[in-house]
Design a protein around this ligand. Sequence first.
Ligand code: COA
Length: 246
Amino acid sequence: MAFIAGRWPLDPDLPTVVFIHGSGGSSVMWRAQVEVLAEDMNTIALDLPGHGASGGRGSDDVSDYAASVQGFFLDLEVPRPIPCGLSLGGAVVLQLLLEDGGRYEGAVLINTGARLRVMPLIFEIIERDYQAYVVGSRSMSISPKTDPRRIEPLLESMAECPPEVTLGDFRACDAFDVMERLGEISVPVLVLTATDDRLTPVKYGEYLVKHIPNSRLVRIDDAGHLSPMEKPEDVTRAIRDFVLSL
Ligand code: COA
């Protein structure tokens, strides 16, 4: 799996925040966090199989992506991994915590949910005109207060993602449902929501903190579904405070 890292080699004594992107995305969305947080910890942002610079095939099952990430942790001997995912990436993190939670000191869930049903319109647009879907993401996935230029690097990489891979990602989201299992998670979890997120509303984050025993919620104001690119300083600060508190 391809990845970017904030420092190399990784410091074996420090925790490693491992960032996992959302549907049709890539590691470019985490550039700010990977760079700035590297002052205090190891940072890595992955391209899931079939995405960005990674080879391999996409999937329509969150468990497959979780297995790939677990394999990556083992292959690279990632020190003290703290998985951090957005949307589909958050579902992958929840799956990791449910399958192998004892391995992690903590985890971060950003703009995601225990269930991620997808509007049928999203499937229709991707199948009909993928580039129209990418253009439409500009308005769907950010706050009206965000300068759209902030997310341009992600839109460019989304445009290059094969449409069938993005479709598979959304199918994986649509089938994902761990609403009844959150009580099994015992590690500390930071949940970030964004006030203007229309794809995974604040309600989803509130549900996560209500049902994950050792969790806390941070709300990012005036940001939408892509808050790590829209409000990088606020998101980075919340992650740093959480990791340093572990
Ligand atoms: N956390 C907490 N509550 C959730 C939830 C979550 N992760 N997912 C769904 N729910 C709630 C809903 O708010 C709804 O509550 P209500 O009955 O009080 O209104 C209920 O559970 C059922 O919702 P859902 O399972 O989503 O089915 P639906 O048929 O009502 O709606 C969609 C289907 C697709 C219209 C809806 O899920 C939606 O608008 N999704 C957000 C947009 C989207 O496509 N996001 C992409 C995510 S990757």
